[in-house]
Design a protein. Structure first.
Length: 276
């Protein structure tokens, strides 16, 4: 009898330690370019919307989304609200927006900073080809009161110095805002492969969810370039977590139809538990 009670107590303690089960997704949806032929946004938007509806992420970080795309998602999926601004300011340029289920979470604070030497000015950093941003929010679960941060970003695709310095800046900002050591997620399109200096730097500060997950599924790579007939091997999209997050499942979602992908990137999704 004592052994049974001890097992029950241990199971209860484990449940109490990790009580919030949630799904997060990062997805570079490819900006709305009507010159993309069969891969133009008008041919993809209903498909991607249905894909998101099917997987039902609690929080979704999108990259390359212009305002009309963000607006499309919140209109067609009214359970989601969003935070974020375009990289050219306001509604202009590509967003690294965070979409979230507004019935489940309250936003306590949110901010967008630029990946540059002047992060709170609309700006281009180092040797980058374009302005780049990171949007973050402090969420609170309406049912449990659990608070956690989510950062979503899109690093430059050209500048080596920009990508490395962006990694350093994101680490600095997470340290600045997360004074209470709350659970943190960092997600996005980093345009960096695992062996790169920038990813190694981030991996020394946080943990990559694929390596941390109890179960991993799908291809290793995340960038498909719309090349359906080739293996997806280039891994540049990630979800990082701190020690306050337990990753139960990790997947790269390679959904397709008619020999096409819905975007030139595959979405990455995790099922995670937050530590109290």
């Amino acid at each position: 009898m004592k052994n049974r009670i001890s097992i029950f107590i241990l199971l209860f303690m484990q449940f109490a330690l990790y009580s919030q089960d949630m799904k997060l997704m990062t997805y570079n949806i490819k900006y709305a370019n009507e010159n993309d032929g069969v891969n133009s946004w008008s041919n993809r938007k209903a498909w991607i919307t249905d894909q998101i509806r099917f997987y039902e992420p609690d929080i979704l970080g999108v990259q390359e989304a212009v305002f009309s795309q963000v607006e499309h998602f919140t209109r067609e999926m009214d359970e989601y609200d969003y935070v974020g601004v375009g990289r050219e300011g306001g509604e202009k340029g590509e967003f690294s927006a965070l979409l979230f289920k507004s019935n489940k979470f309250e936003v306590l604070e949110h901010k967008t900073f630029w990946l540059s030497e002047t992060p709170f000015e609309i700006s281009k950093g180092w040797d980058a080809a374009y302005n780049r941003v990171c949007t973050y929010a402090l969420f609170q679960d309406k049912e449990t009161g659990q608070r956690f941060y989510v950062f979503n970003t899109h690093f430059d695709h050209v500048g080596d110095a920009a990508r490395l310095n962006s990694s350093k800046l994101v680490i600095q900002k997470i340290k600045e805002v997360n004074k209470e050591n709350l659970p943190v997620f960092l997600m996005g399109d980093f345009n960096l492969e695992p062996e790169s200096e920038g990813i190694q730097l981030l991996s020394g500060f946080m943990e990559r969810s694929r390596e941390k997950a109890e179960i991993s599924f799908g291809p290793v790579g995340t960038f498909n370039g719309y090349n359906f007939d080739q293996p997806v091997t280039r891994r540049i999209d990630y979800i990082f977590t701190n020690e306050k997050v337990k990753v139960k499942k990790y997947a790269v979602l390679s959904d397709s139809k008619e020999l096409r992908y819905p975007s030139d990137h595959l979405p990455v999704m995790i099922v995670a538990l937050l530590s109290n």
